[in-house]
Write a protein that binds this ligand. Structure first.
Ligand SMILES: NC(=O)c1ccc[n+]([C@@H]2O[C@H](COP(=O)([O-])OP(=O)(O)OC[C@H]3O[C@@H](n4cnc5c(N)ncnc54)[C@H](O)[C@@H]3O)[C@@H](O)[C@H]2O)c1
Length: 295
């Protein structure tokens, strides 16, 4: 039996958190969005407002609906405003120590029957569940970037997750119009476990001279029907993020397919993190991306 959810707390208004908050508000939930300071909070809320305004401009939403969605999101920098949330989803920085510190604090504040969820891409869900007083009410809700657009949410059951909390999370993701796929608390879950070695292999293929950056991408688009090539995808995910995820997966499984290729290490030392820094496998400074001549 799923629990009734009316109010959702979202921690973090970064790349993922602002999208997760917007999706929940669009599905009719009251949302409390918490950030560490006013400036970061305003930046995240600004992104939501921009998305809502764009939907109105494009005729995808009425002004009235956009205003109602915005009205359902209350922003705060105080944990205490999350006290009466039925579900709390964290999308804070991918750092276990930070996440544990945060859960310990809000576990004392949020009502005991509420369900807690982490959006982590690579950390074990149980490690976070175990520091709370409610390990049976702890799940993973793994959204994809951008959360407003991507259909999938992986719903992760860790060893302590109870049936009620798991059903609540599944039902919640479905109520947002998402495709909720249940999975186990294994590093990388389904998508990153398969996608990360694929992107790393594309980097190794380039290192071995199988093709140029553009040739590898074009080949996978035309030959496998993928909407974007693996090296473009790596730039889009963020090469720093790819590096951290593959390190966690390698640490967990000790398999070569998850190991950081030497070229990725060098690219990261150069500070080329992909689209977010304007340069990665491609240089995005011009009208259209060109292969990075330094690679
Ligand atoms: N980037 C992706 O493609 C992606 C996809 C799926 C899941 N994730 C996961 O989502 C989480 C967030 O990733 P992101 O890319 O949005 O990171 P981000 O750096 O864009 O945002 C993280 C935000 O969390 C805030 N924050 C830190 N501590 C906080 C706290 N105690 N309370 C409230 N806010 C706090 C930071 O100020 C920052 O704005 C990570 O666990 C990551 O693994 C990321």
């Amino acid at each position: 039996m799923a629990q009734q959810i009316e109010k959702v707390g979202v921690l973090g208004a970064g790349l993922m958190g602002h999208g997760i908050a917007q999706v929940a508000a669009q599905a009719g939930y009251e949302v409390v969005l918490r950030e560490v300071d006013e400036a970061t909070l305003a930046k995240g809320v600004g992104k939501i407002e921009k998305q809502l305004a764009r939907a109105v401009e494009k005729g995808k939403s009425s002004q009235q609906d956009a205003d109602a969605v915005r009205g359902r999101i209350k922003e705060t920098i105080h944990y205490r405003d999350l006290a009466d949330c039925d579900l709390v989803i964290e999308a804070i920085t991918e750092n276990l120590a930070l996440k544990l510190e945060m859960w310990k604090e809000i576990d004392e504040i949020v009502k005991p029957e509420a369900v807690f969820a982490t959006n982590t891409s690579s950390l074990a869900v149980i490690d976070q569940a175990a520091v709370t007083g409610r390990p049976g009410q702890f799940v993973g809700l793994h959204y994809f970037n951008p959360a407003q657009v991507m259909k999938l949410v992986e719903v992760v059951r860790c060893v302590t997750t109870g049936d009620e909390a798991f059903d609540t999370a599944l039902e919640f993701a479905r109520s947002e119009g998402k495709l909720a796929i249940p999975t186990k608390d294994k590093a990388g879950f389904i998508v990153n476990r398969l996608l990360v070695p694929y992107m790393l292999d594309a980097i190794r293929a380039y290192e071995e001279g199988v093709g140029s950056v553009g040739e590898i991408d074009e080949a996978m688009k035309a030959g496998a029907g993928h909407p974007m090539g693996p090296l473009t995808l790596a730039d889009f995910v963020g090469l720093d993020t790819l590096g951290s995820i593959c390190d966690v997966l390698f640490e967990e499984f000790r398999e070569r397919r998850f190991a950081r290729p030497p070229l990725l290490r060098k690219i990261l030392s150069a500070g080329w993190f992909g689209r977010k820094t304007g340069i990665g496998f491609y240089d995005y400074s011009g009208e259209s991306p060109v292969e990075n001549p330094g690679i």
